[in-house]
Design a protein around this ligand. Structure first.
Ligand code: HEC
Ligand code: HEC
Ligand code: HEC
Length: 284
């Protein structure tokens, strides 16, 4: 028994060594250039997404009508599904292998028996071709075509009035913050107080960037809203106090760090990391 286990695990090891990329690894690769033709700005309409909606509507249409015993429409949707599926398979040559035309035709044939059990069974194989591509590609496509780039945004620094790239501005926000915390740690409250003014001014200036991507002001309730104001007032209170209380000071640093920096990073920065990797790849 033991030797069998050993052999099996050795086999597993060699298997893993030969295929370093396992099924569960996720690769976020830049989508093929040929896909860009079906998205703005190259195409006026997001044609790829429209194609997805067509397939999805016909796929669903088969089952809705099977349940209603509206067999004429079952047949129509089944034929249209095969037609649109074929059409989609020709749009992006690099993705051709995700499609299984035979599976689509078999599903259509099963649907046309008007036996919902048979249709359900045949739908599995076709549905898997949709799911496989979605699993591999959807995040990449969202990152590329749905996320605006922070790397194109410039911010005018209110302290020295210089216009800098967003990433560089972040670095100066970060060092302004350190000017506050480092001086506080050293007991240099006067310097910390001056640094706080610079830090707050730079931080709140971030509000001017939101409108580059957002159309409503509601989003400014987050990251740069009331929690940030509360934290900055709390910090100023401690620094102006006769005897600053470190507990209160660090509590407010934590509040800003979490509800300001960290939460904004969790929402916005992930996509920036991916875009940055692709941009570096493109430069090579
Ligand atoms: C608008 C939301 C937002 C807020 C609020 C925010 N950040 Fe950022 N930060 C970003 C984004 C987006 C990036 C990635 C920029 C890029 O890819 O060029 C970033 C990048 C950074 C970087 C890396 C800069 C680089 O290019 O190396 C640092 C450091 C940083 N932020 C610190 C902070 C700190 C400290 C705070 C809070 C005091 C903060 N950020 C608040 C959105 C935000
Ligand atoms: C070759 C890859 C690929 C195949 C095969 C594929 N899809 Fe998609 N699908 C995508 C991508 C990429 C997106 C994300 C598009 C976006 O959000 O811009 C998507 C998105 C969708 C959406 C969501 C659209 C939206 O508005 O967010 C639906 C619904 C959909 N697909 C249905 C299907 C169905 C049904 C099938 C199979 C019959 C299928 N897809 C096969 C790549 C594929
Ligand atoms: C480079 C573009 C960009 C900038 C600049 C930007 N955001 Fe966003 N943000 C997005 C995108 C894209 C989403 C995803 C959903 C969407 O489009 O609203 C999002 C989502 C959000 C959300 C989640 C709720 C929602 O509306 O979807 C909040 C809150 C938010 N942003 C706040 C801010 C604030 C506050 C600022 C300015 C300090 C800011 N954002 C700057 C692109 C940006």
């Amino acid at each position: 028994m033991k030797t069998l286990k050993l052999i099996l695990s050795l086999m597993m090891l060699t298997f893993l060594a030969v295929f370093p990329v396992q099924a569960k690894d996720m690769i976020v690769k830049e989508p093929p250039k040929s896909l860009s033709k079906f998205y703005p700005p190259e195409s006026k309409e997001p044609k790829w997404i429209q194609q997805m909606h067509k397939m999805s509507a016909h796929f669903g249409g088969v089952f809705v009508n099977l349940k209603e015993k509206d067999f004429e429409n079952v047949d129509k949707h089944a034929d249209k599904l095969v037609e649109e599926y074929k059409k989609t398979s020709e749009m992006v040559p690099e993705w051709e292998e995700y499609f299984d035309i035979k599976a689509a035709e078999e599903f259509a044939a099963a649907a046309k028996t008007h036996d919902i059990g048979k249709a359900g069974k045949a739908s599995g194989k076709l549905g898997k071709t949709c799911g496989k591509c979605h699993g591999d590609q959807e995040i990449s496509v969202w990152t590329k075509f749905h996320w605006p780039s922070f790397h194109k945004i410039k911010v005018t620094d209110p302290i020295d009035e210089k216009e800098v790239e967003f990433g560089k501005y972040m670095k100066s926000i970060s060092s302004s913050m350190k000017g506050v915390t480092v001086n506080f740690g050293e007991g240099q409250y006067d310097r910390a107080g001056k640094a706080l003014k610079v830090f707050k001014t730079r931080y709140m200036e971030l509000k001017s960037t939101c409108s580059k991507c957002h159309t409503t002001d509601d989003v400014k309730l987050f990251y740069v809203g009331k929690d940030a104001d509360t934290a900055f007032s709390g910090l100023a209170n401690e620094l102006n106090a006769e005897k600053p209380n470190p507990g209160n000071f660090w509590k407010n640093v934590g509040l800003l760090g979490k509800t300001g920096c960290k939460n904004c990073h969790l929402v916005h920065r992930t996509y920036s990391f991916i875009k940055e990797a692709w941009e570096e790849e493109d430069k090579k």
